[in-house]
Design a protein around this ligand. Structure first.
Ligand SMILES: [Zn+2]
Length: 194
């Protein structure tokens, strides 16, 4: 297991459509473990394989107060409704945007054991699923901006810039902003929905 460097724009791998996983072998399991380690270090709530340089259809989700889980070969099969959300991405640190996401989604995928799953999700998990599955199709949240002024810089952490090799500038997708951890950056009120 290892914490990997998170690729940032304009790294071309972020724009590539990923390949399906044909077999969940040891290399895929190791990939998922590395992604979970990397995600844990970054305080995000989701990470897609291209973000650590692997162009495979794999993502991990880690919702507040829940166990992390991997999704293999996920596809959104149903979207319901529309809502405006604040969103950020570990691959675009320092920015946040207002975009439209579905109110709820249904995702078909495999779990890490190869078992078919059908996930019906709302709110934060629905947003994170759409965000991560976008990554697997080479799509970033900035592609959903209706206008450039919907993207804005977020305040950097006022102090203690040192020590952060990993992007920690505020809300990443699904950044839960829990109040339990003292080393988290202050997250603007507006970002709590992400
Ligand atoms: Zn992202």
């Amino acid at each position: 297991m290892a914490v990997k460097t998170i690729r940032q724009i304009p790294d071309p791998i972020l724009r590539r459509k990923t390949r399906h996983v044909l077999k969940i072998d040891k290399s895929v399991i190791k990939l998922v473990e590395d992604m979970m380690d990397t995600l844990e270090k970054s305080d995000g709530a989701g990470l897609a394989a291209p973000q650590i340089g692997v162009s495979l259809r794999v993502a991990v989700l880690w919702m507040p107060e829940e166990e992390p889980f991997a999704i293999i070969n996920p596809e959104v099969v149903k979207r319901i409704g529309e809502r405006e959300v604040e969103e950020g991405c570990l691959s675009l640190p320092g920015y946040q945007g207002k975009i439209k996401r579905s109110v709820s989604v249904t995702v078909k995928c495999l779990d890490i054991a190869g078992k078919p799953l059908r996930i019906r999700a709302q709110e934060l998990l629905a947003q994170a699923l759409e965000h991560e599955i976008d990554h697997l199709n080479g799509v970033l949240y900035i592609d959903h901006l209706e206008s450039p002024d919907k993207l804005y810089k977020i305040e950097p952490k006022p102090a203690e810039q040192a020590g952060g090799e990993t992007p920690k500038e505020g809300p990443v997708i699904g950044s839960p902003a829990p109040s339990t951890s003292e080393d988290k950056p202050p997250i603007p009120e507006s970002a709590h929905a992400v």
